[in-house]
Design a protein around this ligand. Structure first.
Ligand SMILES: Nc1ncnc2c1ncn2[C@@H]1O[C@H](COP(=O)(O)OP(=O)(O)OP(=O)(O)O)[C@@H](O)[C@H]1O
Ligand SMILES: [Mg+2]
Length: 228
């Protein structure tokens, strides 16, 4: 017994994709639970389904078989409107390709996510300023994301994932393709997220060093490929 609430529960997960004349089968009945305050590293080589797993947890894709529950809700019972509401309030996501909005400044990108969630408490402005400070990007707050370095854009992407104070944070390769000095800056920030913000984090990574800051690891095995 952990005494902590279950945030994500995955049971007997299967996901297949057709790819021309072959079919790729991911996860092979994967089951796991994530509890409040966990920091989970999802590892496995390229193509094992790390990004797909995050997309499934975010409700952006549907499993071929098996079930996913988020905060006690079975995703298969939610319509697209309910899924969007769950995502905007409870799930913060850093995409492998960031998806920052060009034409909005760094600060506006972060505020946008907070606005969409409808979480407009009295401390919301202070929270944004705290995020800019925590990630060391205050001096970039008026920049267009297009003008940032890769490492800076990653930090903005993670800050944005936190903007709505979601229960779950999904980070796809937060340290991927970064030079060692940028990784050195980012890793303590990621570690701090858990301690300072007390968040539940699921992070995919190819890096042993990044995985070592998590308190749990889910290792994905190579998929099965079936030829027609
Ligand atoms: N929408 C899709 N349609 C068809 N195939 C897909 C789709 N999404 C993912 N796949 C396939 O599923 C497999 C897993 O992809 P995924 O992007 O989840 O891997 P990954 O572990 O995140 O890899 P990487 O480390 O390179 O980011 C790949 O073979 C990919 O081509
Ligand atoms: Mg990926």
């Amino acid at each position: 017994m952990t005494g902590r609430s279950m945030i994500v529960s995955v049971e007997n997960l299967h996901k297949s994709f057709k790819d021309g004349s072959s079919c790729i089968r991911l996860f092979n009945g994967l089951s796991f639970s994530v509890y409040e305050g966990d920091f989970v590293a999802v590892t496995g080589s390229s193509g094992t389904g790390k990004t797909t797993l995050l997309n499934l947890i975010a409700g952006l894709e549907k499993p071929t078989r098996g079930s996913i529950r988020i905060l006690g809700k079975d995703l298969s019972t939610l319509n697209s409107k309910d899924l969007a509401a769950l995502r905007s309030c409870s799930v913060g996501m850093l995409f492998q390709s960031f998806g920052l909005v060009r034409g909005l400044t760094v600060e506006e990108n972060i505020r946008l996510v907070q606005d969409i969630s409808g979480k407009n408490g009295p401390t919301k402005e202070k929270y944004i300023q705290d995020l800019l400070e925590f990630f060391g990007i205050r001096d970039k707050s008026d920049f267009d994301p297009a003008s940032l370095s890769f490492g800076e854009a990653k930090k903005v992407g993670i800050a944005r994932a936190l903007a709505a104070e979601p229960e779950i944070i999904l980070l796809d390769e937060p340290t991927g393709n970064l030079d060692p000095p940028s990784v050195n800056v980012l890793l303590p920030i990621l570690r701090g997220l858990r301690h300072i913000y007390g968040r539940t984090i699921i992070m995919t990574t190819n890096s042993l060093r990044a995985a070592s800051i998590a308190n749990r690891e889910i290792h994905l095995e190579r998929p099965t490929i079936i030829m027609d």
